[in-house]
Design a protein around this ligand. Structure first.
Ligand SMILES: Cc1cc2nc3c(=O)[nH]c(=O)nc-3n(C[C@H](O)[C@H](O)[C@H](O)COP(=O)(O)O)c2cc1C
Length: 169
C-alpha cells in the first residue's frame, strides 16, 4: 500500500531542507565551572529592536538544560578552518572541549578562538516546537574585532563547503 501523498517522509524532508545553505555555529555556555557547547545550524536573526536571535535545539540535547540553567549563551560563528570544531561539538558524550582554545565573553560564555564572529546573549524566551525547542536570545554584546582574512564555514546538502571564489554575486 502506498503512503498518502501528504505524508512527509523524514529522509525527503531532511533532503529538502538541505537545499537551504547556511553557516554553522557552536552555541556555548558555562555553568558550575564547566564549559558547554553544541554544533548548531539552526541559528537565525529574529528582531532588530530589541536585538534578538534564535536557535532550535532537539529536546533530547544534553547541553541545553545546562544552557537554560545558566540563562545565557554565546553564538560562535565558525570559519572555514573550523570543520574539526564543528564535528567535535556535534559528538555527544565526548570531551567536546579537548584541545579547544577559548576565552570568556562579557557575559561569561566561552568564545572559541578563531571563530569568524560571536554574539553574547541572554535567554529571552523558549518555545516548544515538535521535537525541538526554539530558543530566543537577546544580544548583549558582540565581537568588535573583524578577522579580515577569515571566511565562513558553510553547510549545504549535508556537506561542509567554503566560499571557493571570493566574489560577490
Ligand atoms: C552541521 C551540524 C548542524 C547541527 N545543527 C543542530 C541544530 O541546529 N540543533 C540541534 O539541536 N542539533 C544540531 N546538530 C546536532 C548536535 O550538534 C549534536 O546532536 C550534539 O551532539 C548535541 O550535543 P548535546 O546532546 O551534548 O547537546 C548539528 C550537527 C551538525 C553536524
Amino acid at each position: 500500500m502506498s503512503l498518502p501523498s501528504t505524508a512527509i517522509e523524514p529522509l525527503r524532508f531532511r533532503e529538502a531542507l538541505g537545499h537551504y545553505a547556511s553557516g554553522i555555529t557552536v552555541i556555548t555556555s558555562h555553568i558550575d565551572g564547566e564549559p558547554i557547547g553544541f554544533t548548531c545550524q539552526s541559528f537565525h536573526s529574529v528582531s532588530m529592536s530589541p536585538p534578538l536571535v534564535s536557535f532550535s535545539v532537539m529536546s533530547g540535547s544534553a547541553s541545553y538544560p545546562k544552557i537554560r540553567r545558566a540563562g545565557r549563551f554565546a553564538v560562535n560563528i565558525l570559519s572555514d578552518e573550523q570543520v574539526g570544531i564543528s564535528n567535535q561539538f556535534a559528538r555527544r558524550g565526548t570531551d567536546k572541549w579537548r584541545g579547544i582554545e577559548w576565552q570568556e565573553s562579557p557575559l561569561g560564555n566561552p568564545v572559541i578562538a578563531g571563530s569568524l564572529h560571536w554574539l553574547d546573549c541572554e535567554i529571552y524566551a523558549e518555545h516548544v516546537a515538535g521535537d525541538h525547542l526554539i530558543v530566543i536570545g537577546e544580544v548583549k554584546a558582540l565581537n568588535l574585532q573583524e578577522a579580515a582574512a577569515a571566511q565562513p564555514l558553510l553547510y549545504f546538502k549535508g556537506q561542509y563547503r567554503n566560499i571557493a571564489v571570493h566574489g560577490v554575486v
